[in-house]
Design a protein around this ligand. Structure first.
Ligand SMILES: [Zn+2]
Length: 73
């Protein structure tokens, strides 16, 4: 299995927290790790009440750098 195959297996991440006041997002390091597996992610941010929002990886990590930026072709 090469890197391209792996990227097809992840499409979303769910972030849960016990904070009612705010949605908790993945940290910058986690966002970059996700980006290494592909640019098309949905990140679901949830609160204990059951409310949630869905963000794209692009919204959380705009102008990102990914593996395709390392190719010379
Ligand atoms: Zn993190």
């Amino acid at each position: 299995m090469d890197g391209d195959d792996v990227s097809n297996h992840f499409v979303a991440l769910l972030s849960c927290s016990d904070k009612e006041e705010e949605f908790i997002t993945p940290c910058g390091a986690c966002r970059q790790v996700m980006r290494e597996f592909g640019p098309e992610w949905r990140i679901i941010l949830s609160k204990p009440s059951g409310s949630y929002v869905i963000k794209s990886l692009h919204q959380l990590l705009p102008m990102s750098f990914g593996p395709e930026n390392l190719t010379t072709e």
